[in-house]
Design a protein around this ligand. Structure first.
Ligand code: PMP
Ligand code: GLN
Length: 386
C-alpha cells in the first residue's frame, strides 16, 4: 500500500544517533549542529518580526528583501552576479531546495551522477523522482574524483550531477582543478550540476569556496543551493536558497510552490537582515570553529587517535583503522554511544556500496568542556573495543 522506495528506507543515521544519545544521555558529537544558540542580533530581529512583523503568507519565491540580500551576499563573497528577481528562490532549507531540483529537473529514466560518501537525502529523492543513480566512489584520505572515474559514470543519458562542496562528511573542499574537470564533463554531456553548497561559509584557513556555477560553461546549467542555517549556525531555521539561471528558476519555483509554497516570513526577514549586517560574524565564525576543531584534533591525537584533515564543515574524522580500532565504524559508533557515552556518525552510512568502514565523523561545533569530555569518552570506547 505504500511507495516501495520510502518503505525500504532506513531512518537517517543522524536521527538514529541523536536518538541513542538522548536515550543514553551521551554527549552528542553525531548530528551536525552547534551547541551555542547562534548570533543573538539575528535572533532578536526574528523575535521582533514574530511580534510586530508579517505572519501571513509571504510571496512564493521569498520576500524581496531576502532575495536582494542573498544576491548582494553572493556578489560580495563569491563574485556572482545574480538577478534576485529571476534567479533566487527562498526555500524551507536546503533539503527542500534539493527536492525542488530533483522534482523539477528529472524525468523517469534520466541518469543522475552522485558521489559517495553521499548525503543521505540525495539518492532516495532522485529515485523517487524517477531518476537512475550512477554512483562514483570517493575514498580517503583525499576523497577526490578523477577523469577516469567521471568517464565511468557520465553517459549519453546523464541529466544531472549532484556535487556537495564542501563535502559532508569528509570535511574537504574540491580543488579548482577538480571543479574545472567536472565542469568540462557537464558541458560535454549537456548535464545540469546541482550544487549543494550549504557549507560554503564554513571553510577554514586558506581554503576558498569556489562555486561550480562560476566555471566556464556552468552559469546556465547550475543549480546552486545554500542554507542560512549553516551560514548563521541556526540549523533549525530551515531557510534555504535555490539559485539558477532564469529558465531553470522558472521551473524550480513550480516545484517549490507545491512542496512548501513558502517559508516562515519572520525567519526570512531575520536572515535578510543577517546577510547585510554580519561582516563580523562571517569574519569570526570560521576562526572560532577552527579553534574547536584544533582542540578536538589535539585531544584525540594526544590519546593516540589518527584524524583526517578537515578544511570545512563542522566535522573532523577519525581514521579508526589507523587509530587501533579493529571493529568497523558502525560497531564502534554503537559501542561509543552505548558503552562510553559519546555519539558520532559512522561514515559507512554515506555509502550504498563499497563502503569505507574505517572512518568516524565527529561534530566539533561544541563547547570546549564538551569536546574534552568527548575525547575522554572516545578513548574509553577504544579501550573497551580491545
Ligand atoms: N546538504 C548537506 C550536505 C547538509 O550537510 C545539510 C545539513 N547538514 C543539508 C543539505 C540540509 O540543509 P538544511 O538544514 O538547510 O535543509
Ligand atoms: N546535515 C546534518 C549532518 O550532517 C544533519 C541533518 C539531519 O539531521 N537531517 O549532521
Amino acid at each position: 500500500m505504500v511507495n516501495p522506495i520510502y518503505a525500504a528506507l532506513p531512518t537517517t543515521i543522524f536521527t538514529v544517533m541523536s536518538g541513542l544519545a538522548r536515550e543514553t544521555g551521551a554527549i552528542n558529537l553525531g548530528q551536525g549542529f552547534p551547541d551555542e544558540p547562534g548570533p543573538e542580533a539575528i535572533r532578536r530581529v526574528a523575535a521582533e518580526a514574530v511580534l510586530n512583523g508579517n505572519n501571513q503568507y509571504p510571496p512564493m519565491p521569498g520576500i524581496p528583501e531576502l532575495r536582494e540580500a542573498a544576491a548582494r551576499h553572493y556578489a560580495r563573497f563569491q563574485g556572482l552576479d545574480l538577478d534576485w528577481r529571476t534567479e533566487i528562490t527562498v526555500t524551507s532549507g536546503a533539503t527542500e531546495a534539493l527536492a525542488c531540483a530533483f522534482l523539477a529537473l528529472i524525468e523517469p529514466g534520466d541518469e543522475v551522477v552522485l558521489f559517495q560518501p553521499v548525503y543521505d537525502a540525495y539518492a532516495p529523492m532522485v529515485r523517487r523522482a524517477g531518476g537512475v543513480v550512477r554512483m562514483a566512489t570517493l575514498t580517503p584520505p583525499l576523497w577526490r574524483f578523477d577523469r577516469a572515474m567521471l568517464e565511468g559514470v557520465f553517459t549519453g543519458r546523464t541529466k544531472a550531477v549532484v556535487l556537495n562542496n564542501p563535502l559532508n562528511p569528509t570535511a574537504t573542499a574540491f580543488t579548482p582543478e577538480d571543479l574545472a574537470l567536472l565542469a568540462e564533463f557537464c558541458v560535454r554531456y549537456d548535464a545540469i550540476a546541482i550544487c549543494d553548497e550549504v557549507w560554503e561559509q564554513v571553510v577554514f584557513g586558506n581554503t576558498v569556496h569556489r562555486p561550480l556555477m562560476a566555471f566556464p560553461g556552468m552559469r546556465e546549467r547550475t543549480v546552486k543551493i545554500g542554507s542560512a542555517g549553516k551560514m548563521f549556525a541556526l540549523t533549525g531555521w530551515k531557510v534555504g536558497f535555490l539559485i539558477a539561471a532564469p529558465p531553470l528558476t522558472e521551473v524550480l519555483a513550480k516545484a517549490h510552490q507545491f512542496l512548501t509554497f513558502t517559508t516562515a516570513p519572520n525567519l526570512q526577514a531575520a536572515v535578510a537582515w543577517g546577510l547585510d549586517n554580519s561582516e563580523d560574524w562571517f569574519a569570526a565564525m570560521p576562526g572560532a570553529l577552527a579553534a574547536s576543531r584544533a582542540r578536538l584534533a589535539e585531544g584525540l591525537t594526544r590519546e593516540g587517535f589518527v584524524v583526517l584533515p578537515s578544511q570545512a564543515t563542522y566535522f573532523l574524522n577519525i581514521d579508526l583503522a589507523a587509530s587501533g580500532v579493529a571493529e568497523d565504524d558502525m560497531a564502534f559508533c554503537l559501542r561509543a554511544v552505548k558503552e562510553a557515552g559519546v555519539a558520532g556518525i559512522p561514515v559507512s552510512a554515506f555509502y550504498e556500496t563499497e563502503a569505507v568502514t574505517t572512518v568516524m565523523r565527529l561534530c566539533f561545533a561544541k563547547r570546549d568542556e564538551t569536546l574534552d569530555e568527548g575525547v575522554r569518552r572516545l578513548a574509553r570506547a577504544r579501550a573497551l573495543s580491545r
